[in-house]
Ligand binder design. Structure first.
Ligand SMILES: *[C@@H]1O[C@H](CO)[C@@H](O)[C@H](O)[C@H]1NC(C)=O
Ligand SMILES: *[C@@H]1O[C@H](CO)[C@@H](O)[C@H](O)[C@H]1NC(C)=O
Ligand SMILES: *[C@@H]1O[C@H](CO)[C@@H](O)[C@H](O)[C@H]1NC(C)=O
Ligand SMILES: *[C@@H]1O[C@H](CO)[C@@H](O)[C@H](O)[C@H]1NC(C)=O
Length: 384
């Protein structure tokens, strides 16, 4: 009995002694302030540094001065109360063009897991990201959030219009953390459409019945557009069947697929010419089984998005007259014409689900990249 009591006392004394040593050691060496190199400014896997650097004022010369006590408290508070901690929440501040978004579909449409979309502005403080559609931002920024931004939150600028078609808004510099657009140099690139490999057991393609030669639908006619000038030259050599508001032959959304699919060729002429700006004017007719004749960025640029043998580029010919001759030859020669469908045995093509795809991919990006990022000079980047 006595023996074991003394044994207990010894253990107790040893424990107290060790605690004291540890406490003194901790007081001297407690790492409350750490100086970490901050590769987060590029893109970092070191989340501690990255999260700390998220507070802008803590960054000095690529180094973050981190008070770990403060940081840990911040991170604890940052845990979103809703939705569940493992989910990344993206708040759609402006529904692109006011359209309805199926909030649950990142998983079913794009196999993106762990992302939740919402348009409930009450969730501002817990949202990991906020999506802003450029078209819908007021010139004076009066419809932007006014609450202080949680330090972990990333603001995403979305624009699918070309610089020519979208107005510069002063005050957008150093406001956003990410960009999503059709441009390949965006943080989150979402082209207007894309091709994908077809599975080996699904390699047949039926060319739709053709009734028309060359078709073109135009809703906004502007004689200064490159495409208008080219069309004026082309129609001197070959007949082009024109539709749309500009030609008093309005085509409804319902009639569009039937009309386009019966055309052998479709003029996929962009309204403005910019790198990567390759729009639904290409991807819709392509999806409907016609051969696009494109006017836009260079052939090389198109080939980054679609197979080289799937389209005809106006630049492939010295003059509009030569293009017209080529189209006439293909019109008379079915064997030559069907060569433009060979790629369809290997690839399928689809258009982008506007708004939803940008939202889901932005959410996924935020989920995977917890680094500091700011878009300092949006206006120069986009409008040059
Ligand atoms: C920033 O870092 C570089 C390289 O580490 C160093 O040469 C430079 O003096 C630093 N500048 C400031 C203002 O601390
Ligand atoms: C770190 O932050 C804590 C909590 O605000 C504070 O008590 C402590 O003094 C800070 N440490 C330093 C070295 O600034
Ligand atoms: C960022 O750091 C500064 C100085 O350390 C502090 O005053 C400020 O509250 C921090 N901001 C956020 C959003 O944590
Ligand atoms: C987002 O950008 C803003 C503005 O540049 C910046 O203050 C903020 O710290 C950035 N946040 C993140 C999470 O990168």
């Amino acid at each position: 009995m006595m023996e074991s009591q003394r044994w207990c006392q010894h253990i107790l004394i040893a424990a107290v002694f060790l605690s004291c040593v540890f406490a003194i050691f901790y007081m001297y060496y407690s790492p409350t302030i750490n100086r970490l190199h901050c590769p987060a400014l590029q893109v970092s896997k070191h989340n501690v540094c990255a999260d700390a650097c998220i507070n802008h004022s803590q960054i000095r010369n690529n180094t973050c001065a981190v008070n770990l006590t403060v940081l840990n408290n911040q991170l604890k508070e940052a845990k979103p109360s809703s939705p569940s901690q493992s989910e990344t929440l993206l708040l759609i501040w402006m529904r692109p063009f006011g359209q309805n978004i199926a909030w649950e579909s990142c998983s079913s449409q794009f196999q993106i897991e762990g992302c939740q979309l919402t348009d409930d502005r009450n969730l501002f403080n817990t949202a990991h990201g906020i999506l802003f559609h450029h078209r819908d931002i007021h010139q004076d920024l009066s419809n932007m959030p006014t609450l202080p931004r949680p330090y972990f939150q990333k603001w995403v600028w979305m624009n699918m219009e070309s610089p020519s078609n979208s107005g510069l808004i002063p005050g957008l510099n150093a406001l956003f953390n990410l960009t999503t657009s059709y441009r390949r140099d965006s943080d989150i690139t979402v082209p207007y459409g894309q091709t994908s490999e077809r599975s080996a057991d699904d390699r047949t393609y039926q060319i739709p019945q053709k009734e028309k030669f060359i078709c073109w639908i135009v809703s906004n006619w502007n004689p200064d557009h490159e495409r208008s000038k080219y069309y004026e030259k082309l129609k001197e050599h070959v007949s082009v069947e024109t539709f749309g508001k500009s030609f008093n032959r309005y085509v409804s959304d319902g009639d569009y697929p039937k009309l386009v699919s019966i055309c052998k060729f479709y003029l996929s002429f962009e309204n403005s010419i910019h790198e990567d700006y390759i729009t639904e004017k290409l991807f819709n007719p392509m999806t409907l089984g016609t051969v696009p004749v494109v006017l836009g960025p260079s052939r090389k640029n198109y080939e980054r998005f679609i197979p080289a043998d799937s389209f005809i580029h106006v630049d492939d010919f010295k003059t509009a007259g030569e293009l017209a001759e080529h189209l006439k030859v293909l019109h008379q020669n079915t064997d030559m014409y069907v060569k433009y469908f060979g790629w369809r045995e290997r690839h399928a093509v689809r258009g982008t689900l506007f708004g939803l795809e940008q939202a889901c991919r932005s959410c996924d990006h935020i989920r995977r990249n917890r680094n500091y990022r700011t878009v300092n000079d949006l206006n120069t980047w986009y409008w040059g």
